[in-house]
Design a protein around this ligand. Sequence first.
Ligand SMILES: Cc1cc2nc3c(=O)[nH]c(=O)nc-3n(C[C@H](O)[C@H](O)[C@H](O)COP(=O)(O)OP(=O)(O)OC[C@H]3O[C@@H](n4cnc5c(N)ncnc54)[C@H](O)[C@@H]3O)c2cc1C
Length: 342
Amino acid sequence: MVVPELPPDIAELKERVGRFVAEEVFPLEESIAAAGEIDFAAVDEVRKKARAAGFSMLNMPEEAGGAGLSMLGQVALEEESGKATNGLGFAVVDRGPAELWEILTPEQRDRWVVPILRGEYREAWAVTEPGAGSDVSAVAATAVRDGDEWVLNGEKWFVTSEGNPGFYIVLAVVDGEQTLFIVEPGTPGLELTRVPGFLHDPYLDHHPELVLRDCRVPDENRVPAGGNEGAKEWFLVERLFIAARCCGASERALGIARDWRSSASPSGSQLPSTKASPSSSPTPSRSFSQRGSSRTTRLTRSTPTRTARSSTGRWRRRSSSPPRPRGASSTAPSRSSAAAAT
Ligand SMILES: Cc1cc2nc3c(=O)[nH]c(=O)nc-3n(C[C@H](O)[C@H](O)[C@H](O)COP(=O)(O)OP(=O)(O)OC[C@H]3O[C@@H](n4cnc5c(N)ncnc54)[C@H](O)[C@@H]3O)c2cc1C
């Protein structure tokens, strides 16, 4: 496969984003590693600076105030975003919900998406279920019409958000057809049941589990068309960008390894001995991998770590608390103007 050269404008943008990530975000990683949690105030500063630098909402169509950046351009920027740890790249390359924009009515765009474009909040996608992950066609959540309302029932996992999403996009089945619904936090019948710990914590986003029990939304919250296609398109784009971010992370890791190798042997001609005593071991120029591994020992699948919502509405790791039993509920986060990452 031939990978095309980046057009000069995209190459220049990529270079600027990469420089911003290195200058503004890498130093933040150090303080997050030391504190063991995300400094959301500092992240908000980075987000504001990135927005001022023109890195925000570039993927949105021009009619929505974006730049209509090509998929190649978006992938190039996601690669730079992936070089930051802790999900901090999301604060720099802040994409808007272009796939959603395509399928919403003008009224729905104005009401729910325009605040995202203004940086007031983010949306959260609630597609995955305990029995429907890779195979989205297995979604079992249902929506039944009752007068001017829809009654939603089901369970959703991995609902990624930074804390307080402006709304959830819930995929449910209506008479055999997959349909998307907009459900606002605080809607009766919507419960946030668990916030599992992840190996990548502390991370900008968390991935809570939701339950919908006779959760009623008005008909204007139903996305009129493209439920199935909308969810698939979102997954397609998200997964492509995950791959791009992994490429960026690999590039950075290789660079760190190369630097370490160079500093280990000034001549560059000899690999350091694996049997060297600790005192003679060269010190890596960055503590990237060491910090990563110390985090993973603290968070494991068998001992899920509960996170607690801070006063700012963001989720904070609380490792000393016992895990909340499955099914135990907490109130769904309320609407706020906090900007959350995808
Ligand atoms: C960090 C993170 C964030 C996420 N954010 C969101 C979100 O915001 N919203 C949301 O809705 N979901 C989200 N997800 C869920 C994500 O989309 C699912 O994890 C993904 O779809 C895989 O589903 P699963 O975890 O149920 O695994 P499964 O579908 O059970 O797959 C497990 C394994 O089996 C393999 N497999 C599955 N089916 C087949 C098959 N037919 N043939 C061969 N192999 C197969 C898979 O490749 C995988 O290796 C998130 C997940 C993670 C980890």
